[in-house]
Design a protein around this ligand. Structure first.
Ligand code: ADP
Ligand code: MG
Length: 283
């Protein structure tokens, strides 16, 4: 099942939190049980969902270290069907602690496993760093959503994140596929933004979501009110665009799940049609 979706890249300020929170709200409003796990020490996703700093006592850090379960840490948000495991400053020292553990890159995946039955989708709001926490998020993910604000530097950022993913893959041998690259906060009135968006689309082709998120002041001010954009104005362009992106994400998850099922069926058929080696010999 493709359920755990890290919203991830190693760059800051590219719309990870905005995308994570508003995509999750769109899923929940469409009737899907959704969880956000806030993995950022700044806890922006938690604050956007209306939590106060004083509410951030139990956080994703405790979940990663096995002190509490996801169901103990999760709080309901004001959006029906949307729960949150808050972030907190404890995440700032998580890397030091993780570094001393044998299962340092798979702890989050293991901790989230029991929550798969409670939610349809679990979105991870990731920190902007190449940390063990980020590697945990990559390892926990079933498919990655990578936001990018089109600019020359952001293209370089995508390339460097791709390299980071390759390193993780060669180091641990397992890698979630990229579900899609989401172009966000794209001011298409500016020529250089249009050009950068074009380069990204040419380079990454069908991996780029066709829904583009444009700048919308309501996306920027909603967090100040502790709200998702849907609670502020469900008909503002930013809300409609995130709802469209959510549909596209669901479409891709369905396609990816079908491709995985087909590949498994093909393997099973091959195993049945290939004569087994005589007993006692290696396959
Ligand atoms: N489409 C958008 N329109 C307007 N402001 C946006 C949009 N997307 C993000 N922002 C603003 O840009 C800033 C960075 O976005 P954020 O989601 O926090 O990025 P990240 O999590 O990658 O650091 C925030 O102030 C956010 O409100
Ligand atoms: Mg963020």
């Amino acid at each position: 099942m493709i359920q755990i979706l890290p919203v991830i890249t190693n760059k800051g300020g590219v719309g990870k939190t905005t995308t994570c929170v508003n995509l999750a709200a769109a899923f929940a409003l469409a009737g899907r049980r959704t969880l956000i796990v806030d993995l950022d020490g700044q806890a922006s996703a938690s604050l956007t969902l209306g939590l106060k700093r004083s509410d951030l006592a139990v956080s994703s850090a405790q979940v990663i270290f096995g002190d509490v379960s996801v169901s103990e840490a999760a709080v309901q948000t004001k959006v029906p069907l949307l729960d949150l495991v808050p972030g907190s400053m404890d995440l700032a020292s998580a890397d030091l602690r993780l570094g001393r553990m044998a299962d340092r890159v798979t702890r989050l995946r293991a901790a989230l496993a029991p929550a798969r039955k409670d939610y349809d989708l679990i979105l991870l709001d990731c920190p902007p760093s190449a940390s063990l926490l980020t590697i945990n998020a990559v390892m926990a993910g079933d498919a990655l959503i990578i936001p990018v604000v089109p600019s020359y530097l952001s293209i370089e950022g995508l390339i460097s994140f791709g390299e980071m993913l390759r390193h993780i893959h060669s180091g641990v041998g397992r890698m979630a596929p990229v579900l899609g690259i989401a172009i966000t906060r794209a001011d298409m009135d500016k020529r250089e933004v249009r050009m950068a968006a074009e380069v990204i689309t040419q380079r990454y082709g069908a991996r780029v979501f066709s829904t583009i998120i444009h700048p919308d002041p309501k996306l920027e001010t909603a967090p100040l009110q502790g709200k998702t954009v849907f609670e502020v104005d469900a008909s503002t362009p930013g809300a409609l665009e995130y709802a469209a992106l959510a549909d596209e994400v669901i479409e891709r998850i369905t396609q990816l799940a079908e491709a995985v099922t087909r590949a498994k069926a093909k393997r099973a058929a091959e195993e049945l049609t290939t004569p087994a080696p005589p007993a006692g010999q290696p396959a």
